[in-house]
Design a protein around this ligand. Structure first.
Ligand code: MLT
Ligand code: MN
Ligand code: ZN
Length: 298
């Protein structure tokens, strides 16, 4: 068994380019000067023939079309065994609607995330006679594909944007935002596309990991404000930034982690430009900048 992980989409919600965005990166991506990126999703397998998809992005139709490993192997036979959700954000669940064509798979999520789906009747398009919704308790391993187990653990985050009330706690720890510990054939990898803060519990858990996919939403906390694109900081969105004293590059700096890959990057993030100073700094600190189609093994 060899653990395989294929980045289906390396961008955060909106993708690169984002339909309504005229920022520098989006313009460069439209011009083909820098690679475009689709929205946040990772495909994983322990045997190369049975796959699980972590988060179903609105771009899943194109992502599947571009990934031969996930193409049908018969009239209605698919290598896709399951979809697992790490939160209820639109960029992570909207793709479920694309998967509604009476194709059997198991949908894994915490009870809290399943509740969010259950409150949105449009998801009943996933016929329960073919798509089984399996509730996964925190810290209880589930076999999401043959030989591949996933254990969900809480990471600081917030409820989905469309469920926000008057006041919003941006570093809630519970079932709304989770990380995934993946084990296959003695290898361990982590997938954490959204994380507000690297707390002590998370630090202890990730120490010594061989492979980590981590929240790379923003380079700077106020990057979207500076670019004139709104008033939201990374912290307000429940994402820690890459740079700065409290950023992920510094936070992971001293930790013993084999391979570190940024995913879920917002289209404003300068690391998405291959020739940027920020990209060089992140790579110098030992990070790989994720990209659509990139395969990473543990
Ligand atoms: C996020 O990661 O902060 C969300 O996906 C934002 C959104 O819902 O667009
Ligand atoms: Mn997102
Ligand atoms: Zn943009």
């Amino acid at each position: 068994m060899t653990f395989r992980a294929r980045i289906l989409g390396a961008a955060a919600g909106g993708g690169l380019p984002q339909w309504n965005c005229g920022c520098e990166n989006c313009r460069l991506a439209r011009a083909g000067t820098i690679p475009a990126q689709t929205q946040s999703s990772l495909a994983v397998s322990a045997n190369g023939t049975d796959w699980a998809i972590l988060n179903a992005s609105p771009d899943i139709r194109d992502q599947l079309a571009r990934t031969p490993e996930l193409h049908p192997t018969g009239l209605r036979d698919m290598p896709l065994r399951s979809v697992l959700l790490t939160n209820g954000d639109i960029d992570h669940v909207a793709g479920l609607l694309t998967l509604r064509e009476m194709q059997p798979f198991t949908l894994y999520a915490t009870a809290g995330i399943h509740d969010v789906l259950a409150e949105n009747p449009i998801f009943s398009a996933l016929n329960p006679s073919v798509v089984t919704r399996e509730t996964v308790a925190l810290e209880k391993p589930a076999e999401i594909a043959p030989g591949l187990t996933a254990t969900l653990f809480p990471v600081p985050g917030k409820v989905p944007l469309y469920m926000e009330g008057e006041t919003v706690e941006t570093d809630l720890v519970g079932e709304q935002t989770v990380g995934v510990e993946l084990k296959a054939g003695g290898q361990t990898a982590y997938y954490i596309p959204g994380c507000a803060l690297l707390n002590d519990a998370l630090r202890a858990r990730l120490a010594g990991a061989s492979l980590l996919f981590f929240d790379g939403t923003l380079w700077r906390d106020d990057e979207m404000v500076q670019a004139g694109l709104g008033n939201k900081t990374g912290k307000r969105m429940g994402h820690m930034s890459m740079s700065g004293d409290d950023g992920s590059i510094a936070a992971f700096g001293e930790m013993d982690i084999g391979r570190k890959v940024f995913v879920h990057m917002n289209n404003t993030n300068p690391v998405l430009r291959p020739d940027s100073e920020e990209r060089r700094a992140a790579e110098k600190a030992g990070w790989t900048i994720g990209q659509d189609g990139m395969e990473v093994s543990a």
